[in-house]
Design a binder for this molecule. Structure first.
Ligand code: KG4
Ligand code: ZN
Length: 341
């Protein structure tokens, strides 16, 4: 079964063709990041307009690179939630039009489920159940993945996403948007304990996260040093922030696995590319005797392959959308996008 999938939830216009869920025949990404970098963050209106300009070309390239003709496509999928609403609508409408023209089902996909599915693309041996952490620019979610289309949220961020904290701190340090990768690189020469950064204690659900305290502390530190005319040791601050994020995430993943009696940990999303987080996870998963899957860096950020893979499992579960399918800026991971009103 061949699926063409479209991803336009934020600032990448992406399309991929996959066969039977796990074999990627093509994966094309047009990144708008350079344009949004001029403004220090994603400008939703510009994102939507760029998607409109690029979507046909990107999808056409994905079909050509896969060497498939429209009549060989069995379903067309698109990310329909969560994300920037104008950006989502471009991809969803394009995919619905293709599905209608080609007489095949349309499959709406949850973006965060897609991030998790990036691991199915990378690791043929990986099957649910497992515990997954998705950390991106807009989300930090710890989920018990019971099956390909059945997942329960165990913890989520109370305020900022981990990626958002990285990006805002990076901006204060004068690093270009999106700053997570630059923070990661700087951290390699830094001492994580040079500056004191707080570790958030979240009342209530022990598996929830909070990153706004870390973000504010790091930004205040930069401003205070600046007011005193003192230099900021950027590499030490970057190392401290990476360490604090890893310290917030890793114990919750290990605890979640223990609570749910899962023996496998999976990470996903842009922040999953962070080398400090990956190193901490390898160490702690090893100590706890848990299997760990770390997706290749190219599959951590937004891409079409992850949506194509998840679409395959949604289609098998009968989760197809009608031509009236809408898009949603927010939606819990546990919800079936095709059933949303
Ligand atoms: O999943 P993604 O590509 O897009 C969203 O769905 O948001 O995640 C983007 C986020 C950005 O905040 C970016 O700074 C962060 O992932 N990121 C990183 C790294 N690479 C990307 N954060 C920390 N370390 C990295 N190496
Ligand atoms: Zn994403």
């Amino acid at each position: 079964m061949k699926i063409l999938a479209i991803e336009t939830s934020c600032d990448e216009t992406a399309a991929a063709v996959c066969q039977d869920g796990r074999t990627i025949l093509s994966d094309v990404i047009y990144s708008q990041a350079d344009m949004h970098a001029l403004y220090g963050g994603v400008v939703p209106e510009i994102a939507s307009r760029k998607h409109i300009e690029k979507i046909s070309l990107v999808a056409q390239q994905a079909m050509e690179q896969a060497g498939v003709k429209p009549e060989e496509i069995d379903a067309v999928a698109a990310t329909c939630a969560p994300g920037l609403i104008g950006a989502l609508l471009v991809g969803a409408n394009f995919a619905k039009a293709c599905a209608q023209a080609w007489g095949v089902p349309f499959v709406p996909v949850h973006h965060i489920r897609g991030h998790i599915a990036a691991n199915f693309v990378a690791f043929p041996e990986l099957t649910p159940p497992f515990l997954a952490l998705v950390a991106s620019g807009g989300h930090t979610v710890l989920a018990d993945v019971q099956d390909y289309t059945r997942m329960e949220v165990l913890g989520t961020t109370r305020d900022d996403a981990a990626g958002e904290a990285f990006d805002k701190i990076a901006r204060t340090l004068g690093l270009p948007y999106p700053g997570g990768k630059a923070m990661d690189q700087l951290a390699r020469q830094g001492d994580p304990h040079f500056y004191h950064l707080p570790q958030a204690h979240v009342a209530g659900n022990a598996l929830d996260f909070s990153f706004s305290g870390l973000k504010t502390a790091a930004i205040n530190l930069v401003h205070n040093l600046g007011q005193k005319g003192l230099p900021v040791e950027k590499h030490h601050l970057a190392a401290g922030v990476c360490h604090a994020v890893a310290q917030a995430i890793v114990p919750r993943m290990v605890e979640g696995a223990k609570e749910r009696k899962r023996d496998t940990l999976v990470i996903a999303g842009g922040v999953a590319a962070n080398s400090v987080l990956r190193a901490h996870l390898e160490e702690e998963a090893g100590k706890a005797g848990l299997r760990l899957f770390l997706p290749p860096l190219g599959l951590c950020g937004d891409n079409g392959s992850m949506i194509a893979c998840q679409a395959y499992y949604e289609l098998l579960a009968g989760h197809t959308g009608t031509l009236e399918q809408n898009c949603y800026a927010t939606m819990p991971l546990s919800e079936d996008v095709s059933a949303a009103l």
